[in-house]
Write a protein that binds this ligand. Sequence first.
Ligand code: DI6
Ligand code: FE
Length: 404
Amino acid sequence: MTTLWHNAKIATMTRATAWGLIERGAIVTDDASIIWVGAEAECPAELMSHITVRHDLERALLTPGLIDCHTHLVYGGDRAKEFELRLQGASYAEIAHAGGGIRSTVLATRRADDATLFKTGCARARLLMAEGVTTLEIKSGYGLTQLDEARMLRVARLIGEALQITVRTTYLAAHALPPEFDGRADDYIDALNDWMTALNAESLIDAVDGFCEHIGFTPSQTRRVFARAQHIGLPVKLHAEQLSDQSGAALAAEFNALSCDHLEFLSAHGVQAMQNSGSVAVLLPGAFYFLRATQLPPIQALRDAGVPIAVATDHNPGTSPCLSPLLMLNMACTLFRLTPEEALRGMTVNAACALGLAATHGTLEMGKRADFAVWDVDHPHELAYWFGHNPCRHIVTGGKMRER
Ligand code: DI6
Ligand code: FE
């Protein structure tokens, strides 16, 4: 089915001009693919003669569908009590050491049945979609047994199928040490590496992640996880330098990581390693804000080095219970001083790179997937400007208009 989407302002997010902006633009899709994008007046007559469906977008703004490239969307329970403890002065690390934090969500996730994980995960994904998201990464990491990690990854795949969005799954068993392995972190790495091989054989894993931190795993343990991932052909990414400098980004860069995420404590050496490996820097203003962090990621150094910058919600119950990608665009500007265009590139083209989807997602170009968001604004910089207001009219995934 050949479809025309016209009478729109289009922010293609290609590099040609600022925002890749086309003032009076049109897009032609053939089923799930974009087959033409340009000024409406220049659409070839031959192509127009094949159009079977037309959508008049009434001067709306069209952007690529937003890509939330870092989420922990599937889990049981919540951590609102822990939020109160932190407000009374307890730190995230203290709560983790006392057995709370990630471990408490692990217990709640193990207790939740598949139907509950699916239902709550879908509800959260729908809220992201309501603000323009058409592609989503979902990490495991709250199961921490082979069975429970598998359940999380299967639920993540099912969410993608049920909601007709692109979901990329990331295996994050190296998130925290489960109680069964207390005092035996290296044995746990052996175990999770074997689960990785088994779950990969079931095609449940698109990438492998870890939490390299004083309250997580050491660089040498992380290295062993990455070595297994590399051995079985899976790309890696890393929660790096969130609370301290562990040289995690440099380690991840050795394995040509798709991305290094958080990066508040990233050193100049880490920036250089990322520049050399081409890894994307994924900034997570929600976690920065919610933890009331003060150490800013080295934004200007990343810019100067030409490291692509992405922005994501980091949705998780502990450090970023955020379901608003638009608020993250705003906070990327107010807290991290990105420009509105950098922020939107961070949730489109650069987020696609962070997921290994650059060839198919993230810009509005011929040959790419027909995933876009339709907005009631005059100019794309407004997407990072308003907060607490959602101008998303609807999304289109795989060439199909989705009702809200
Ligand atoms: N860093 C984070 O911000 C999340 N995971 C991680 O490694 C937090 C996860 C949680 O607190 O439940
Ligand atoms: Fe995270």
